[in-house]
Ligand binder design. Structure first.
Ligand code: BGC
Length: 550
């Protein structure tokens, strides 16, 4: 596959990318304050490069009172001092680019912290410059069709400001007032924020909470035409001033609304595939490929210059907002049997605990992630099968310190353990003495080595990032069978979603006289004839083949 070089800034680099999501505060502490920082991340760039990923996504690094882990921004133009400085960020992006790694950061556009100086001034005087940076009302009855996104914490999207004696609008926590995008100055301020970070050399943004920028009475205040118009302005800025950089949308929406964020190739370059993610977990538990086949077959086409970002887990709860009520109930009953595992409309657990620490199922899920259409996003720590801590509040249990070694504080920090921003995992299964990078680097059969190998296989064939997908007719729904094809090369992918050995007969009649060659390049399978192709798959086994002319 054509390897990409960050320094080339090839405009479509993101189409072939594999992302690694880094929670900077939890990744590596270079000092002794118990909090991860940019210098710590720089120390670990070789590790990230060796994993085989090609782009870092840094979760928010702005100054923040940290009531929503940095998604509550108090200054758009600097870096939280506990994380580092602007100079550190420059050093990081340069060091990453030298290793052919791109770097994108979170950009939180829909709201600020109530500690932001704009809001502090807004609440001083009505009808002042900054007052109109936010959305105010004398009553709390407006926009009543808008849902509450964090129902476990908030019961309204309006909050009372005691100082100003007015209500302000917020879609997330009440300490995160929404910006007023009807005010042209707000739009300009956010565009200038983009310029500021792009000038520092970052390669793009994961744009947070995109659907909620505007409010209109009589609507649910999501995905409004005005919101799309602003997205196009963001894209125009990229195309005209920073070609080669990338915008990735976080829009947790149903497929028809979600694909609108690609526009006609003139809004976002990428969007998270929220519909697919829960259906991967559904298919696994039901031992049935249909939820995946239906989801991908029904997803509207996206423009050629765009790409999905696919993921299994991230820093939030495994969101179940975009599944049917029946599927949500099923997923809760199968994946969250302790009420502490639930949060808002989702499940706050990491990948490995979700699949009962079952190495076969972790590999199966990664195999799906790496072979289905889209650019995979790997959440830090999930490459070694880290656990979570459901006794910590909010989503903190999936944001514990990265487990580097069996040293003090899991090798994350040399601070006094009581100073850590959060405790390391110490439970009997996932404790850092058992689950850590050092141990897995030393063990050739570890999950980490397996994943590195699998990533290398994916990167060796452009068809995994650029190819078409065809689901194959077969006599066994427990086995997901599909091909990916690109420029005359075809891969055959099989995934046994069940806990039992499964025989399967697949219709490969459009590939007669080809031989499935295992992607390891060594093992050739029988040549395809006009008869159904017969295979047995072990429980949770995945098989990757390239079809070669026999
Ligand atoms: C982020 C969350 C955050 C919320 C509010 C989201 O979509 O992923 O972590 O709490 O935005 O900023």
């Amino acid at each position: 596959m054509p390897e990409f070089h960050a320094s080339d800034n090839k405009p479509s680099w993101f189409i072939d990318a594999i992302f690694y999501q880094v929670y900077v505060r939890g990744f590596k502490d270079s000092g002794k304050d118990g909090k991860g920082d940019l210098q710590g991340l720089i120390e670990k760039l070789d590790y990230i490069q060796n994993l085989g990923v090609s782009c870092l996504w840094l979760m928010p690094i702005f100054p923040s009172p940290l009531r929503d882990d940095g998604y509550d921004v108090s200054d758009f133009f600097s870096i939280d001092p506990s994380i580092g400085s602007l100079r550190d960020l420059k050093e990081l992006t340069e060091a990453a680019h030298e290793r052919d790694l791109h770097v994108i950061t979170d950009l939180v556009i829909s709201h600020t912290s109530d500690q932001h100086s704009w809001f502090q001034q807004a609440r001083l005087v009505r009808d002042s410059k900054y007052h109109s940076y936010y959305v105010w009302s004398d009553h709390d009855q407006g926009y009543s069709q808008a849902r509450v996104i964090f129902p476990d914490t908030e019961d309204s999207n309006w909050a009372w400001d005691h100082q100003l004696k007015q209500y302000y609008w917020h879609r997330f926590f009440s300490h995160q007032p929404d910006l007023n995008y009807d005010n042209p100055e707000v739009q300009e301020a956010l565009l200038n924020t983009m310029r500021f970070w792009l000038d520092l050399g970052i390669d793009g943004f994961r744009v947070d909470a995109v659907p909620y920028l505007f409010e209109r009475e009589g609507t649910d205040c999501e995905n409004l035409p005005e919101t799309h118009a602003f997205c196009r302005r963001m894209r125009q800025l990229i195309d005209s001033e920073y070609p080669g950089r990338m915008l990735l949308a976080e829009a947790n929406q149903w497929p028809d609304d979600l694909v609108q964020y690609f526009g006609n190739g003139d809004e976002f370059h990428m969007a998270f595939n929220f519909p697919l993610m829960p259906r991967l977990f559904l298919a696994l538990r039901k031992e049935d490929s249909q939820p995946i086949v239906d989801c991908i077959s029904q997803l509207p086409e996206i423009p050629d210059n765009c790409q999905w970002a696919t993921f299994l887990r991230n820093h939030d709860e495994l969101t179940l907002e975009m599944v049917t009520d029946a599927d949500r109930d099923y997923l809760y009953s199968e994946y969250a049997n302790d009420p502490r595992m639930k949060l808002n409309e989702g499940i706050r657990r990491r990948l490995s605990p979700l699949v009962d620490h079952d190495r076969r199922r972790i590999e199966l899920m990664y195999s799906l992630l790496l072979s289905l259409p889209g650019a995979p996003v790997i959440y830090y720590g999930d490459e070694i099968g880290m656990g979570d801590n459901i006794f910590l509040g909010d989503r903190n249990g999936v944001r514990t310190p990265m487990q580097w070694s069996d040293d003090r504080n899991a090798g994350f920090s040399s601070a006094d353990p009581s100073m850590l921003y959060q405790p390391v995992i110490t439970d009997p299964i996932y404790n850092y003495q058992a689950v850590n990078v050092d141990a897995q680097l030393r063990s050739p059969a570890s999950l980490l080595h397996w994943l590195r190998h699998q990533i290398r296989m994916r990167r060796s064939q452009p068809l995994f990032s650029r190819g078409d997908i065809q689901f194959l007719r077969s006599n066994n729904r427990s086995v997901l069978s599909f091909t990916r094809s690109h420029q005359g090369t075809t891969a055959l992918l099989l995934h046994n979603l069940s806990n039992a050995v499964q025989p399967v007969e697949i219709d490969l009649s459009s590939h007669i006289s080809f031989r499935p060659m295992h992607c390891n390049g060594v093992h050739g399978f029988p040549v395809i004839t006009d008869q159904p192709y017969f295979l047995n798959l072990a429980p949770y086994e995945s098989l990757w083949f390239l079809l070669e002319q026999a």
